[in-house]
Ligand binder design. Structure first.
Ligand code: G4P
Length: 528
């Protein structure tokens, strides 16, 4: 078994949340604890805020920030931690879903004032699809809002997972006193903006008189009642269930006040999984295998138009990656070598000589990679990622300039990066771009013009849904495609796609055509 010591040292995870729940603040506190940054404010929020069309530079600036903070590796207590950042903006949800394929666990931040929000639910669904272990951090307890006991119900119902509190707050808002650790039975008293580690008080049991002295009798007895209730309702933490993605331990605190954050990080490194096995199309790949393998989960173009190279973010899954060695690019069969692979320590990019399972490295590339590409030492396997989801907004791309070759190249590359999905209609003469958010269209137009010199515009389409269609009866499929010729096209891989004008009509077509299968994610088995 190769690299066991290195694998045991690694924890690769993402912090995810609905925008504004406190993801950036928590990330920053982790980096501060680890000494990877020296002062607060060093981690810029990668929030892509809704901008008007005249604000393209703002989008670019924000894109630049998100590249700088896409991966943050740091050392903590002798461990190599890799934290993958995810854009909170819902228009970039697909980017977040793909990043989740590259981690071994996640920390989900929930705003305790707002409870479970739309994006929290969606992100959790993706984690549940992959059985990713999740720790929940309930943030902003320094603000007034519902008590945690009421939130626990909300978490369990809306996130469809059993929860197990590992820390419990004593009141909240103005009267927030601190948290009691149900994990190591100690008390942490709250004082705003202080590094909390020295304020931890070990108490032998909840009957300890110190509780009444420190908290007042009223809050001490409230805590005793709460803990009795919580122990009875939620039982004890079961690590196997957590690792199987069936139970989510819950921590609480205030990221802004640095409260409960160290307890979260310390428990995280104890219970979170080390880099695990990954499913590929032909077999499961174990991290301890000798032979190197891994996959690209994100591609970022260089925002400086004079340098057209791109960074492919690559997760090592097995073996050892060596700078300068040749590797097998499974999709094209090419042998590729990387002379300047980068790691991302804190906020700095550094050239690395080697990388191990769990590591995320940046590979400079011109046009070779597509999202999902696998590199190996020779074996023809493909790692399975998050499928493409059926987009929700569609526009036709219309060339308004002279540079049709540039436009073709540009839109192909941008869709390889995963900015949007490209569909072809009318024998490839018409290009339909599908996205999950309006903002991507602005980004595409801007980048086509600035990076490829291509002038174009988008025309609205009356499609609300695209789905992949297959059938066991090819004749039937052909007939359907002829009958609906103005609503049928192909994706970039040549798979048949049907565009529906409304959800109601889609349902109607599905009922009328029982032999045709309509797929809403791209991970179906093509039969044409
Ligand atoms: P995000 O990355 O999840 O989108 O959230 P971010 O950390 O940017 O936090 C969103 C807002 O919530 C920020 O305020 C941040 O200061 C605040 N916040 C984070 N944690 C806590 C907490 O524990 N308690 C309280 N009271 N607030 C918290 P902002 O005003 O939007 O931004 P800023 O001007 O403070 O940067």
């Amino acid at each position: 078994m190769a690299n066991e010591t290195e694998i045991a040292k690694r924890r690769t995870f993402a912090i995810i949340s609905h925008p504004d729940a406190g993801k950036t603040t928590l990330t920053e506190k982790f980096l501060l604890f680890a000494g990877a940054i020296q002062s607060a404010g060093a981690v810029k929020s990668n929030k892509i805020k809704k901008t008007t069309t005249s604000d393209f530079m703002e989008i670019e600036r924000q894109r630049g920030i998100s590249v700088a903070s896409a991966v943050m590796s740091f050392e903590y207590r002798g461990l190599e931690i890799t934290l993958l950042d995810t854009p909170g903006h819902k228009d970039f949800a697909e980017d977040t879903y793909r990043t989740l394929t590259a981690v071994d666990s996640v920390i989900l931040v929930v705003d305790s004032v707002k409870g479970v929000e739309e994006q929290t639910e969606k992100l959790m669904k993706v984690c549940r699809m992959r059985n990713t272990p999740v720790i929940i951090f309930v943030n902003k307890l320094d603000r007034e809002g519902p008590m945690l006991i009421d939130l626990m119900d909300d978490l369990e119902k809306k996130l469809d997972i059993s929860v197990c509190p590992l820390s419990w707050p004593i009141s909240r808002g103005q009267s927030f006193k601190g948290v009691y650790s149900l994990y190591n039975r100690s008390l942490l008293l709250f004082s705003p903006n202080k590094t909390a580690q020295d304020d931890s008080i070990a108490i032998s049991s909840l009957d300890d008189k110190q509780l009444d002295e420190r908290l007042t009798t009223e809050f001490a007895s409230q805590l005793r009642d709460d803990v009795a209730l919580v122990d009875g309702v939620y039982g004890s933490f079961n690590r196997e269930k957590y690792l199987a993605g069936l139970q989510a331990p819950v921590f609480c605190g205030s990221a802004l006040n640095n409260f409960g954050v160290r307890e979260l990080l310390d428990t995280f490194i104890t219970i979170a999984p080390t880099p695990g096995p990954r499913p590929a199309d032909k077999r499961i790949v174990q991290p301890t295998e000798e032979a190197f393998s891994g996959f690209v989960f994100k591609i970022h173009a260089n925002i400086d138009p004079r340098h057209r190279d791109r960074i492919a973010f690559f997760r090592v899954c097995s073996g050892k990656f060596n700078r300068g060695d040749f590797y097998h690019h499974v999709r094209s069969g090419a042998r590729l070598r990387f002379n300047n692979p980068a790691s991302f320590m804190g906020q700095k990019k550094e050239v690395i000589e080697e990388a191990y399972p769990g590591d995320v490295i940046g590979l400079y590339d011109r046009d070779t990679f597509k999202i999902g590409d696998t590199l190996t030492q020779g074996e023809d396997i493909n790692f399975q990622g998050i499928p493409s989801f059926s987009p929700e907004i569609f526009r036709e791309l219309v060339n308004t300039g002279m540079k049709s070759k540039q436009l073709e190249k540009g839109i192909n590359q941008l869709t390889d990066e995963g900015v949007a999905q490209l569909f072809l209609m009318d024998r490839g003469r018409r290009k339909i771009v599908g996205t999950v958010g309006q903002l991507q269209f602005d980004v595409i137009l801007y980048r086509l013009k600035n990076e490829y010199g291509a002038e174009c515009r988008f025309e609205p389409k009356d499609f609300v849904r695209a789905c992949w269609i297959t059938s066991d009866d090819l004749k039937k499929l052909e007939e359907f495609c002829e009958y609906k010729a103005d609503r049928v096209g192909y994706d970039k891989n040549g798979n048949l796609v049907f565009f529906a004008e409304s959800e109601w009509m889609l349902k109607h077509y599905m009922e009328q055509n029982p032999g045709i299968y309509f797929h809403f994610t791209s991970d179906f088995k093509p039969n044409v």
